[in-house]
Design a protein around this ligand. Structure first.
Ligand SMILES: Cc1cc2nc3c(=O)[nH]c(=O)nc-3n(C[C@H](O)[C@H](O)[C@H](O)COP(=O)(O)OP(=O)(O)OC[C@H]3O[C@@H](n4cnc5c(N)ncnc54)[C@H](O)[C@@H]3O)c2cc1C
Length: 510
């Protein structure tokens, strides 16, 4: 009987990214029928966003399934919908276990316009990789000899470089260290942080990788969202309805449908007020950081506010560049730019307005060439990236072209097309993805994910629940982390009405 009453509950999901869609799937599959998604923009998918440059399909947001194996729910769904190619779904691909990306086949260019010798760049990359592995180990081993990943790497690298290039004189050592600066900047993009000085050393290893060589969706990541949406009832999403404030704990007293009182009322920017028994908030951490003081009434408990402030949410953008002819080798997967004046391990540009483009240290080559032609994706993070967003596309093109000409020593290279993402200025994302900042730990993620009212309250439980990538303690910043978090909160409500079924298992099946 209690379960049947639960199925009539009014559930509002705020945000139609993959976590919101996942939560809706779970609840609808269990028979909850009063489920509604309120989405601020005119589209679903959130940070999964596929676009076009010329005739080519590119990912403006999420690019890869990280760790495509049976434990990855995004991989399982993509297989079920038949969205991947044979190579990505093969047993061999699923079995590769390299803890993230294997090293790319790379071409290295320096600011004096020359190609760098692999005899120099390969040991520098190996040293850098070994330092990152050391950083990851502190999570399990405990102890934190430096506050941040950046501080640790910057302290250790000069000694290692001096030993590596002891016979070659200072020039090779300095160039080796400048090479590591380029890799440190790339790591800022991967972690989605302004500087690796902002990423907590002890927390760095909290992010878990899954086996499987990262793969992409040949027809675009948004195809996954399209398939998931087809399984939801038509009309479940209200688009272009930004939520202004979630009034919880009975702070708004008015009769809802059938004259019933509801513990939560969701106030929308358009003036609508939607009653709910449960609200699942899936807005990005960046949005929460900016709006947490007004998004809930009564305001969030202090411990949640403080953890939202402490946790990291940074910007990582892409700049796509299409060329008539490649200036890279046929087997090249990544191009790195090494600024020779950066032997002091630099991952933040001092004069952002003049030199923001120095942060753009790596381009990946989109493959296969038959599909993409000669297309590069440049990666740029941090305040430099945020500044880049404020420039016109023509200004970005001019600066990036100048840099490419300088590094290749070819004064005539010009991209034929350019396109960039602007995640920081997206008003409903306010950045790219979360990271564990200095002073943070998995406890902050757990606190962020804790539903309202907090444990111990005597008011109606599970009024406001929290999902989204930033609430997953080991897969934060990923699509699979976001999906699992949506399933987790769907399950939490299901279990509330039927306690035996609650499961937060990573491998939980739909
Ligand atoms: C450049 C970039 C590259 C990435 N690359 C990868 C990758 O290769 N692999 C990977 O696994 N992950 C990647 N990610 C991360 C991945 O995209 C996200 O972790 C995931 O998509 C987040 O899903 P979500 O549902 O938590 O949030 P979102 O997708 O952001 O969904 C939240 C939704 O809430 C809506 N919203 C916000 N405020 C309101 C409001 N007030 N009212 C109503 N609706 C609101 C938003 O419009 C949005 O639709 C990348 C992200 C970026 C930006």
């Amino acid at each position: 009987m209690a379960f049947l009453q639960g199925l009539d509950s009014h559930i509002v999901i705020v945000g139609c990214g993959i976590s919101g869609i996942g939560a809706a799937q779970k609840l609808l599959n269990q028979g909850f029928h009063n489920v509604r998604i309120l989405e601020a923009t005119g589209r679903c998918g959130g940070r999964i966003r596929t676009g076009r440059i010329g005739s080519k399909t590119v990912e403006i947001g999420a690019n890869w399934i990280h760790g495509p194996c049976q434990d990855n729910p995004v991989f399982r769904l993509a297989c079920r919908y038949d969205l991947l190619d044979a190579a990505s779904t093969s047993e061999e691909n699923q079995a590769v276990d390299v803890g993230g990306h294997p090293p790319y086949v790379s071409n290295w260019f320096s600011s004096s316009g020359r190609r760098l010798d692999p005899e120099l760049t390969e040991p520098a990359a190996a040293l850098f990789q070994s330092l990152l592995l050391e950083c990851q180990d502190f999570h399990a081993s405990g102890g934190e000899p430096a506050p941040s990943v950046g501080a640790y790497v910057k302290a250790r690298a000069p000694g290692l470089a001096a030993a590596e290039w002891r016979d070659d004189g200072g020039a090779a050592r300095d160039l080796g260290l400048a090479t590591m600066s380029a890799l440190l900047k790339l790591e800022c993009s991967i972690s989605g942080t302004p500087s690796m000085d902002d990423v907590g050393l002890g927390a760095f290893g909290a992010y878990k990788t899954l086996p499987g060589l990262d793969c992409t969706f040949p027809a675009g990541y948004e195809g996954l969202i399209g398939c998931m949406m087809k399984e939801l009832p038509e009309g479940i999403v209200s688009y272009n309805v930004p939520v202004k404030c979630v009034h919880w704990n009975g702070s708004v007293q008015r009769p809802g449908p059938c004259g019933r009182a509801f513990p939560v009322w969701v106030e929308c920017e358009n003036g609508d007020a939607v009653p709910a028994d449960h609200v699942i908030l899936t807005v990005p951490l960046g949005y929460l950081k900016k709006h947490q003081k007004t998004l809930l009434s009564p305001p969030l408990p202090l411990k949640k506010m403080h953890c939202i402030e402490r946790m990291g949410f940074g910007t990582n953008n892409k700049i796509f560049l299409e060329f008539e002819q490649p200036f890279w080798d046929p087997d090249c997967e990544a191009i790195h730019f090494v600024w020779e004046d950066e032997s002091a391990l630099v991952d933040v540009v001092p004069d952002v307005e003049r030199f923001w483009m120095k942060k753009l240290a790596c381009f990946t080559v989109l493959k296969p060439a038959e599909r993409y032609g000669h297309l590069l994706c440049g990666w740029i993070s941090g305040h430099e990236s945020e500044h880049m967003e404020s420039l016109s596309e023509a200004e970005v093109e001019k600066s990036v072209t100048q840099v490419i000409r300088r590094f290749t020593g070819n004064p005539t290279i010009s991209p034929k097309r350019i396109m960039r993402s602007q995640w920081y200025h997206d008003p409903y994302t306010c950045g790219s993805y979360s990271y564990l900042a200095t002073g943070c730990s998995g406890f902050d993620i757990d606190t962020l994910a804790e539903p309202l009212p907090l444990k111990g309250s005597r008011t109606k439980p599970l009024q406001v629940l929290f999902a989204g990538e930033a609430t997953h303690d080991s897969f934060f910043s990923t699509v699979h982390g976001a999906l699992l978090s949506g399933w987790r909160e769907g399950d939490r409500i299901i279990s509330h009405y039927s306690p035996s079924s609650f499961s937060v298992s990573v491998s939980s099946k739909l």
